[in-house]
Write a protein that binds this ligand. Structure first.
Ligand code: CP3
Length: 363
């Protein structure tokens, strides 16, 4: 059998006949079967229960026929595993009992060892066993949070609109900032390496909130730390997706940090993103998640637009521009997968053929 479409697209060896599709935050969230198995169990507890993690990870694969499974966990799980006191509150997100403010706080963040996350190793093995290990099997994507996004939760103590304390610490005490990011990079790197060693065949580094930074600060204070993680993972040979929200102005740097695939939110079309990052990268994205509530024909036309614009890249993995909103009707996601699989190849062929035509002079 041939290679899984997801992996082929990441290598930009993306034949016309199948556009891979999956959704960020497809595991958990809107599925009734998820709410049922999670009943009475907190998010962070659920993440330490390998059988349950397998079930939740595979639910969207069974239901929607997506081309990837994403590991059910959270970017905060490895931070919790080294002993930091935190919780994930439904509807809000991660909350840190005592936020980071000074050098002494680094003592609360020891290095992560694979032994701290044996439950991750076990869960990934169970998932991969069920997905099957052949080249054509649906691949499992492992993931981690990038240092800036993790640091923002640690410093702000929870979600933030402006990242004011994070940026203040970064600029006022660069030495502490870099030490904190070094430690977070070590933690995320080991989290990813454990997932890859157990059978994850692709990884995604989430720097969800890096788009709040100007390019100059991103390049100086953030990019080297993310680049270190991506370089370490590159040695294992798994393709690496690098994603953030609001990163239109950062896209070339997000790519150069060491991505194979650049994740693009919904703010710029994929042909423009392809122009910004250049031909050496595949793209992932970028349907606006807000449109999942629009009438089907309106949404379907936007799905086709994304495929058309994605034809400008040598490899395109269809996805949303950010995660599935909690209120999403799951049947809409299934319809999108069907549309991308059934109509995608023709739409892409037509878009590429049109791009190859010499411009016609207006009459
Ligand atoms: O389906 C998947 O994508 C796999 C699992 C996954 C979760 N979190 C499960 C989860 C992944 C990949 C993440 C990554 C994550 N976590 C990110 C990066 C992706 C992004 O959205 O930008 C971030 C920033 C977090 C931190 C976090 N955890 C937030 C902001 C929230 C949302 C809070 C809410 O309820 O709206 C969480 C909680 C969380 N992580 C949930 C899930 C399924 C929902 C809570 C629950 O089910 O109890």
């Amino acid at each position: 059998m041939t290679e899984a479409p997801l992996l082929a697209a990441a290598r930009r060896d993306n034949p016309d006949d199948r556009i891979p599709v999956w959704f960020m935050r497809q595991a958990g969230r809107s599925l009734p079967e998820y709410k049922k198995v999670r009943e009475g169990i907190s998010m962070l507890d659920a993440c330490t229960m390998p059988e349950l993690v397998r079930e939740i990870t595979l639910q969207p694969v069974r239901r929607h026929g997506v081309d990837a499974a994403i590991f059910y966990s959270d970017i905060m799980v490895p931070v919790k595993a080294v002993g930091l006191d935190l919780d994930i509150t439904p509807g809000i997100g991660p909350q840190i009992a005592t936020p980071f403010r000074s050098r002494a706080d680094l003592d609360r963040l020891p290095e992560l060892t694979p032994d701290d996350i044996g439950f991750v190793d076990e869960a990934v093995r169970l998932i991969v066993e069920e997905l099957g290990g052949s080249d054509s099997a649906v691949p499992l994507i492992g993931f981690a949070g990038a240092p800036f996004t993790l640091a923002s939760y640690l410093i702000e103590g929870g979600p933030s609109k402006d990242y004011a304390r994070t940026k203040a610490l970064m600029l006022a005490d660069p030495e502490l900032w870099h030490d904190l990011c070094d430690r977070l990079a070590q933690i995320s790197r080991v989290f990813l390496e454990v997932q890859v060693a157990a059978g994850a065949r692709m990884v995604q580094l989430f720097d969800s909130w890096a788009g709040s930074l100007p390019a100059r600060d991103y390049q100086r204070y953030v990019m080297p730390h993310s680049a270190g993680i991506l370089a370490a993972l590159g040695e294992s040979g798994v393709p690496r997706i690098h994603f953030g929200v609001g990163t239109g102005e950062l896209l070339p740097l997000i790519a150069q940090a060491g991505a194979d695939v650049v994740g693009v939110d919904w703010r710029i079309p994929l042909d423009e993103a392809a122009r910004r990052v250049g031909p050496a990268y595949a793209l992932q994205g970028n349907l606006d998640p807000a449109l999942l509530t629009a009438p089907w024909e309106v949404l379907a036309e936007r799905v086709r637009d994304v495929i058309r614009a994605g034809a400008a890249a040598d490899g395109h993995i269809f996805n949303l521009g950010h995660g599935v909103p909690p209120t999403t009707d799951a049947t809409v996601l299934t319809r999108i997968v069907e549309l991308v699989h059934n109509e995608g190849p023709d739409i892409r062929r037509a878009a590429r053929a049109a791009a190859d035509q010499p411009e016609r002079m207006p009459q």
